[in-house]
Design a protein around this ligand. Structure first.
Ligand SMILES: C[S@@+](CC[C@H](N)C(=O)[O-])C[C@H]1O[C@@H](n2cnc3c(N)ncnc32)[C@H](O)[C@@H]1O
Length: 347
């Protein structure tokens, strides 16, 4: 199901086949993906992971797709007003504050509110921020330098997509951060099989209310579906997101599928949980991608941990394309990224 002010055209189903025909050579050879350069033991572990990917996928989905219970919805409803407060706070930052990692990490990001799930992965010194505001599922120690990196790379971004947006905290912050740092966004897309959270709903209403006023109008889209659905494929083909944050299905098979869905369009691809001991598959995928995609992308990692947490968690991995994105020929290209085309279908 697709909600929002943009109604994607339905491309022919053969588009999916055409897409897979354009995979890079390495993606044809699952054995290479499984083997990597890590030796036979690792290769065996990789093969087992891929074989049982379906089980992990169901587990992961069950773990997070419990989703929006009535209690959770009621709680998030009470946080609606935090959205405009957070947006105002982001828009009020000075350029100096936007590049001050310590300020962002210790003051600003926690003040926006952090998520309260998987609490054993969270630093207790930040506990007063759990379950508040935007419910960001991030470590401020990783997010702060990532945001500073993003401020220098946001300018040209036209379409941001987050696969696995959950309550929407990272999504809202990222979109506002991009706009603050010079991006003239045409469209923003949040994807998740759980119901759209009140925070995202509130944020989309805010953006839509601003569309007529001075600011640059942004098409907003919530795709209430798995990333493997035809709805998501259609949206990707149509909007061709140039910046994608992948944080959905954490199985090897799921995460690599998401990567392959967007790799030809996106100039920036971010993978989450690249050092998380509770997400071995995404960790493994990151090391595989660093090898197999090294000719097409440069890599950057934000993985700072907290001493108070036992173990290693989360981790933000950035891939930045080295060359211009692949251009599709006109007949194949169902998407048009110009603002006029995106708004042409508004229903
Ligand atoms: C770790 S949470 C995302 C957190 C969010 N990115 C943030 O930073 O606040 C993972 C989300 O991915 C969603 N998910 C799981 N499988 C998915 C899939 N195949 N496509 C899209 N979303 C998926 C889950 O419902 C869950 O809400």
């Amino acid at each position: 199901m697709i909600c929002g002010n943009t109604k994607p055209r339905i491309p022919s189903i053969t588009g999916r086949q055409r897409y897979f025909d354009r995979r890079p050579a390495w993606a044809y050879d699952l054995k290479i993906i499984q083997r990597g350069s890590q030796g036979r033991d690792q290769a065996k572990a990789n093969r087992q992971a891929i074989r049982s990917a379906r089980v992990f996928s169901i587990y992961d989905h069950a773990r997070h797709a419990v989703g929006l219970s009535e209690t959770r919805r009621a709680k998030l409803e009470r946080h609606r007003r935090c959205v405009s407060k957070a947006v105002d706070a982001i828009r009020s930052l000075t350029p100096q504050q936007c590049s001050d990692v310590a300020f962002l990490e210790h003051e600003f990001i926690p003040s926006l509110g952090l998520n309260d799930e998987e609490s054993h992965e969270q630093p207790t010194e930040l506990s007063r921020y759990f379950g508040a505001g935007l419910h960001l599922w991030q470590y401020p120690s990783q997010l702060a330098p990532y945001l500073v990196w993003l401020s220098g790379n946001a300018g040209a971004v036209k379409c941001y997509m987050e696969i696995g947006c959950r309550w929407g905290g990272t999504f809202i912050l990222t979109v506002e951060w991009l706009r603050k740092n010079g991006a003239e966004l045409n469209a923003v897309v949040a994807v998740d099989p759980i119901d759209q959270s009140p925070l995202i709903d509130e944020y989309f209403k805010l953006l839509q209310s601003e569309a007529g006023s001075a600011g640059h109008a942004v098409a907003t889209l919530y795709v209430h579906a798995l990333s493997t659905s035809v709805d998501v494929l259609n949206v990707i083909k149509r909007l061709q997101p140039d910046f994608v944050f992948i944080d959905g299905d954490h199985s090897l098979k799921g995460a690599i599928t998401d990567h392959m869905l967007v790799r030809d369009y996106a100039r920036i691809i971010v993978h989450h949980d690249i050092v998380s001991q509770s997400c071995r598959d995404t960790m493994q995928l990151w090391s595989i991608l660093k090898e197999l995609e090294r000719h097409d992308f440069k890599f950057c990692e934000f993985t700072e941990q907290y001493k108070s947490v036992h173990g290693s968690y989360l981790g933000i991995g950035v891939m930045q394309k080295l060359s211009a994105p692949v251009q599709w020929n006109k007949n194949e290209r169902s998407a048009d990224v110009t603002e006029g085309a995106i708004f042409a279908d508004n229903g």
